[in-house]
Design a protein around this ligand. Structure first.
Ligand code: FCB
Length: 461
């Protein structure tokens, strides 16, 4: 393979224009995937510690017990984020670290960790964007029924409010949940994620309790005067029927209702989508929907791929020319444009959108100190172009966070899947910028130089 200049490919003029001003560039991680130190400084066990210990749940039985050792290396990691030249860092707060039982006493050492992290980010000029729940429920609450128990939603609101009081004066944003679909469906219907249940009716109830907990948290945080923008992060996807048959089109509508509308409709319309293909609906109590509809300051969208729907005997679609990632996920950047423009058409005025995750797993190898991940550069480049097109079509997108800052624990896939801009050697914990990290840094610097020039010209008339 021949080398190419690190800042190539260059973004199109459209993208350079639309993603320059007031656009936030970031990288994202989550607590359980990077922190390690699961039994240090009073952290309580989470459902992922339990799940990963059960035979056959994760690749090689791997867990986040050590992960990237970020709990100890956080200061170096913040400096590294600074070297990447991004404006923003999205991380999650481990509920069991700050409130080990999920209710009752808070843990001072856990709270101090996030205080220090936030302060260090600010000292490096990096805006801290926090998420309250990225799947690591305190095991003590799971023992009481977890998200299947309505009480958990109320405990979550107490935790959220405490964190907003503690950090809200310095956070650039605070999201309640990350990808509630994954918690509900992967965690309770398919059993691929913690806690590993396989019960579709429970999964529907869990999704409702997650949304309720979002609404209760929003109302608690607003009531105590939270000083940062508040919102939620949803995983979304475009959905394509494999053929034009009535069955495939109906199947695609059902998938879109289950994946996208199931969370968007309650939040923005106050109801669950009705679809003949959906068999399980939760019990909803009077007043729940009003809480869930609490106005938000931003909407986080995580986008990775698209969903193909093929019902009956429809032939499998031809493989996409762009191929797939190491997760086996189809690379389809135009799905991002299609999704965002669709949301605008379907929901009208939405709060400002941030792409809070987008990225790819790649079979990266470190050779002589370098990782040549051209595929990742192409992936990000193509998704940024799609984002610019969505913006050109009137979608109010304010930022982009690459998933992930560094290689980390990819849930049931263990450490085999590498999503990072930064390569992590799990034996030595050495971090090395991949080619994509250099490209991302140079691309951002280039756009900022453009914006700086434009501002200079404006100032000089
Ligand atoms: C998302 C998760 C994130 C990571 C990426 C690859 O669904 O939010 O933690 O696992 O996928």
């Amino acid at each position: 393979m021949t080398d190419r200049p690190l800042n190539s490919p260059r973004l199109s003029d459209l993208a350079r224009r639309l993603l320059a001003d007031d656009f936030r560039w970031g990288v994202a991680t989550s607590a359980y995937q990077i922190e390690g130190a699961v039994d240090v400084d009073g952290r309580g066990p989470s459902i992922w510690d339990t799940f990963a210990r059960q035979p056959g749940r994760t690749v090689n039985g791997e867990s986040g017990a050590v992960a990237c050792d970020h709990y100890r290396r956080w200061a170096d990691d913040v400096a590294m984020i600074g070297e990447l030249g991004v404006d923003a860092y999205r991380f999650s707060i481990a509920w069991p670290r700050v409130q080990p039982q999920g209710q009752g006493a808070f843990n001072a050492k856990g709270l101090d960790f996030y205080d220090r992290l936030v302060d260090a980010l600010l000292e490096h000029g990096i805006a801290p964007h926090a998420t309250l729940y990225h799947w690591d429920l305190p095991q003590a609450l799971q023992d009481l029924g977890g998200w299947g128990n309505r009480d958990t939603a109320f405990h979550f609101a107490t935790y959220a409010d405490a964190m907003a009081r503690r950090l809200g004066d310095r956070l650039a944003s605070l999201a309640t949940h990350n990808e509630p679909w994954c918690t509900a469906v992967l965690g309770h219907e398919i059993g691929k994620f913690a806690p590993g249940d396989r019960d579709p009716q429970l999964a529907a109830q869990v999704s409702h309790h997650l949304l309720l907990s979002h609404g209760l948290a929003m109302s608690a945080m607003r009531a105590s005067g939270a000083r940062c923008p508040l919102g939620i992060v949803l995983n979304q996807s475009s959905v394509t029927p494999a053929t034009d048959s009535a069955a495939d089109r109906a199947g695609a509508a059902t998938e879109y209702a289950r994946f996208v509308r199931w969370y968007m409709d309650p939040i923005f319309r106050g109801e669950y989508p009705q679809d003949p293909g959906i068999a399980h609906y939760p019990e909803v109590r009077a007043g729940d929907m009003a809480l869930i509809q609490a106005p938000m300051d931003f909407l986080g969208v995580n986008f990775y791929s698209r969903i193909w729907v093929s019902r009956e005997d429809s032939p499998r679609p031809a493989p996409n020319a762009l191929g797939q990632t190491d997760m086996g996920w189809e690379i389809h950047p135009d799905g991002l444009r299609e999704l965002l423009v669709g949301l605008k058409d379907q929901y009208g005025a939405l709060p400002p959108i941030f792409i809070t995750e987008n990225g790819m797993a790649n079979a990266d190898t470190l050779q002589e100190g370098r990782v040549r991940d051209a595929a990742r550069i192409d992936y990000v480049h193509a998704h940024l172009e799609a984002l610019a097109q969505a913006k050109a079509a009137g979608v109010d997108v304010r930022g982009y966070f690459y998933w992930s800052l560094m290689d980390n624990y990819e849930w049931d896939s263990g450490y085999a899947k590498r999503f990072g801009l930064v390569h992590v050697d799990y034996e030595t914990q050495q971090r090395v910028f991949k080619d994509s990290a250099h490209w991302y840094r140079d691309t951002i610097a280039d756009l900022k130089a453009d914006a700086g020039r434009a501002a200079g010209e404006a100032a000089h008339g």
